[in-house]
Ligand binder design. Structure first.
Ligand SMILES: [Zn+2]
Length: 238
């Protein structure tokens, strides 16, 4: 009998250690957390992890992971069929409220596809998650729309310039420029026809509006500088 028990234990040991995936002994939450960290660093690495084993593949579509995935490796506008897989992934990310994916859907939707209302909604959702570029673009768009939203847009830009360092604002502006440069800007309804102006103080010289982006002491002139920057980077055909 004793021998029989020993034999069974040996069999169990072999079964456990030869056939069971080691990941199956790790709690699901921990795997999701680890894979989310991988995805936050690079979605290309997330794709590799998915292919590497069935367990990781099973967790890779978890909402927590998708919301945190970095899209830095992927172009904003997929130009080639090779980017198709990335484009589908980006759409999935936006559907699950990934802030960067929402920002991209919003900016492409607004400036290229001219889906104004749904795009602004995406930018608002991204901005509420703390996405600074989305907040910046939202401020600019609200100024472009004029009337009731202009004041609100100016407040967003002024608050950002107060709270963020100059270096951060430069990075946000440059990333916006690069993103805009990678797409067809078709939105002639509010962009390109007449450049709006924020500062209404006649004595403020035009040079302060067109001056260096960090120079103006007037908040409205400081907003005008961002609008001037947008006009400078827009394709000249508009
Ligand atoms: Zn001014």
């Amino acid at each position: 009998m004793g021998v029989g028990i020993k034999a069974t234990k040996k069999t169990d040991f072999k079964k456990t250690h030869t056939k069971k995936n080691i990941l199956e002994s790790i709690p699901d939450e921990l795997i999701i957390d680890i894979v989310a960290r991988v995805a936050a660093s690079s979605s290309s690495d997330l794709f590799k992890a998915k292919l590497s084993c069935r367990t990781l593949n099973k967790f890779a579509d978890d909402k927590y992971i998708i919301q945190r995935a970095s899209l830095d490796d992927f172009p904003v506008v997929p130009w080639t069929p090779n980017n198709r897989k990335q484009a589908i992934f980006s759409e999935r990310c936006a559907d699950l409220e990934n802030p960067e994916a929402l920002y991209r859907r919003g900016i492409v939707g607004y400036f290229e596809k001219m889906e104004m209302s749904s795009s602004i909604d995406c930018l608002v959702r991204a901005a509420k998650s703390g996405h600074l570029e989305a907040m910046y673009v939202l401020g600019i768009i609200m100024i472009l729309h004029g009337d009731q939203t202009k004041e609100q847009g100016m407040k967003i830009i002024v608050d950002m310039k107060t709270l963020q360092t100059k270096e951060n604002i430069d990075i946000i502006r440059e990333r916006f420029s690069r993103t805009l440069g990678s797409m067809w800007v078709n939105n002639t309804m509010v962009v390109g026809l007449v450049m709006p102006t924020c500062c209404t103080i006649a004595e403020h010289p035009k040079s302060s509006r067109w001056g260096k982006l960090e120079d103006s002491e007037c908040e409205a002139c400081s907003c005008d500088q961002e609008i001037v920057h947008l006009w400078e980077i827009l394709p000249k055909s508009i």
